[in-house]
Design a protein around this ligand. Structure first.
Ligand SMILES: Cc1cc2nc3c(=O)[nH]c(=O)nc-3n(C[C@H](O)[C@H](O)[C@H](O)COP(=O)(O)OP(=O)(O)OC[C@H]3O[C@@H](n4cnc5c(N)ncnc54)[C@H](O)[C@@H]3O)c2cc1C
Length: 398
């Protein structure tokens, strides 16, 4: 059988574009189809930890990303209600020595633009936007992708990088995203006295945690913009109302932060209320692959964002996938089996840890917050032992 497309990547988000770049660099041509008319992202920030920067560096895009990004000097964890300082993570020289890369925050649109430019410049990557995949089928010696416009491709392999509501995932699981009863409002605004820090350095990332809520703040785009994400548990959530707009509303946002300290309320007041994001994840799967079709990124392992690792794990997936294609000389079935055997245990751990970390942040008390705050306030800023499992270079299977 002759494939129209050797490797089809469904979805031109962070995962899909990074996978295309990694495959191309390993010598494998990849074709991306994206259903949106444009390759782009919403106007909010994203945190990229050393485990993601390591991959992006190997793909040659790091210098262009760093020109647009911010390297926060610290992560400062504060109590949202009392304003108490809980702990600081020093992102300075000792952090960079330990992990080889800095901690970086940037505008999502900037990250997507750099990845898109790199894909356009790569000889082995081709892209199509405005094409939605509606069906996928493996038929042993190939896979077929069908499009909403009636067209289709025969493919040597398909990588479903189509996000939380993945079509590709329906081939391996009948599950659906699990609403965590939390909602986020987020956005970036021009940096300035109204939002930049007073007692904090303007290059710090600050996370305010408290019962049923948190607020994340950090500068992006060379410090020209300030990104905020306010997250809270909605009392109006019900499974019946899940897909409606009747819960997690802007008035609930204000209610959730009404008892927060002045600094947090001032930040929340500036957040755009036009759109909300429902916090979803899914249970880890034991299998991502059927024949020549597999999953990558949020399609494979959607997680709540409390460890800021969803995109970082998608980027790790991309490196791993390309490495196994190269190690098996393009034997698709063997490469996909090796890829998922390496990635499923790690991403399942991160998915579960992200949920637990959120529970610890948002606990209503009194016992868990008491213990949490006692442990955190005693932690020295350069104690990275709890971060090693996420940020250190991982052992690689061959
Ligand atoms: C509030 C919030 C904050 C976050 N912060 C961070 C952070 O700081 N750091 C971090 O690492 N992660 C963070 N994440 C998680 C991160 O955004 C995701 O994990 C990441 O975007 C996943 O990338 P992806 O490419 O797998 O999926 P997506 O970004 O969802 O991309 C999927 C793409 O596939 C396309 N698509 C979907 N279906 C089809 C189809 N049928 N045919 C063709 N195309 C299709 C979509 O249009 C989309 O472009 C955060 C998430 C949220 C909600």
């Amino acid at each position: 059988m002759t494939a129209d497309v050797p490797i089809l990547i469904v979805g031109g988000g962070i995962g899909g574009m990074t996978a295309a770049l990694a495959l191309a660099r390993a010598g494998f041509p990849a074709h991306i189809v994206e259903r949106s008319p444009e390759f782009g992202e919403i106007g909010a920030g994203i945190q990229l930890a050393p485990n993601a920067l390591r991959v992006l560096d190997c793909l040659g895009v790091l210098p262009r990303l760093e020109a647009l990004a911010v390297r926060p000097r610290h992560l400062v964890l504060m109590h949202a209600d009392t304003g108490q300082h809980l702990t600081t993570v020093d992102f300075g020289a000792s952090f960079r020595r330990r992990y080889g890369y800095p901690y970086t925050v940037m505008h999502r649109g900037d990250l997507l633009a750099v990845l898109h430019q790199a894909c356009q410049a790569a000889v082995r990557v081709t892209l199509e936007s405005g094409r939605e995949v509606t069906g996928l089928a493996d038929h042993g010696d190939g896979a077929r992708a069908a499009f909403a416009d009636g067209g289709g491709y025969e493919c040597g392999a398909v990588i479903g990088a189509d996000g939380l509501w993945s079509t590709a995932r329906t081939l391996v699981s009948g599950d659906r995203p699990i609403a965590q009863k939390f909602v986020a409002y987020r956005g970036a605004l021009p940096a300035g006295p109204a939002v930049s820090a007073d007692e904090f350095s303007s290059a710090d990332e600050i996370i305010w945690i408290g019962p049923g809520k948190h607020l994340v703040q950090y500068p992006i785009r060379r410090g020209e913009l300030y990104n905020q994400v306010a997250v809270f548990r909605s009392g109006r959530y019900s499974p019946e109302a899940e897909l409606s707009d009747g819960w997690g509303t802007p008035d609930e946002l204000d209610e959730a932060f009404a008892r927060a300290c002045d600094r947090v309320r001032a930040g929340v007041a500036l957040i755009n209320r036009d759109r909300r994001w429902v916090m979803y994840d899914r249970e880890p799967l034991g299998n991502w692959t059927t024949g020549r079709i597999t999953l990558l990124g949020d399609a494979a392992h959607p997680m709540v964002q409390y460890l800021a690792q969803g995109a970082c794990q998608a980027i790790e997936d991309a490196e791993c996938l390309a490495r196994h294609f190269a190690a098996r000389d393009g034997d698709v079935v063997k490469a996909l089996a090796a890829y998922q055997a390496e990635r499923i245990p790690r991403t399942a751990l991160v998915q579960r840890a992200a949920r637990r970390w959120g529970q610890i942040w948002h606990d209503d008390g009194p016992v868990i917050p008491l213990l949490r705050d006692r442990i955190l306030t005693r932690r020295p800023p350069d104690d990275y032992t709890d971060l090693d499992w996420l940020y250190q270079d991982q052992p690689k299977a061959s």
